[in-house]
Design a protein around this ligand. Sequence first.
Ligand SMILES: NC(=O)NC1=NC(=O)NC1=O
Length: 166
Amino acid sequence: MIALSHFNQLEPDAAMALLQPCVALPGWTAALVAARPFASLAALRHTAQALAESWGSAELEQALSAHPRIGEKPAGQQTHAALSRQEQSAVNADDMQLAEALRMGNLRYEARFGRVFLIRAKGRSGEEILHALEQRLANSVTEEMAVALEQLREITLLRLAGAIGE
Ligand SMILES: NC(=O)NC1=NC(=O)NC1=O
């Protein structure tokens, strides 16, 4: 984590590199870097949220390339893989019944909506994630697009908060 004052002064490339693991959408990252300097963390968060409001299905598809399925902790040393593992840490990988239910749920979700199920996993147990998955399977395509985009925004803002602090 770096301080906001340090982030404000970073060279653009270094600022982009710092934000890149937040979400795999370079347009969002570049716009946030270009909006510097930020007077406060609240201002940073407000701009980040505002820039994310315009995301639609194209952004969701692109961003999903960097989000492993829930329950499939990604290998790899890249920052976003480590972040995913950390965010999914409450999913008890030793609970084989839960793992199997999540695996089947992911398959059902992908068959219905044609993309990976995305949820803000931080702060949620494996059981809560499974329950949300089952609830969301009943959503219409339109409803579920809106829900998935909101989860992407939540994950992105949480990762931003983890990258830049006081
Ligand atoms: N498919 C997912 O929901 N993935 C993820 N959720 C998170 O909170 N982090 C992820 O990588």
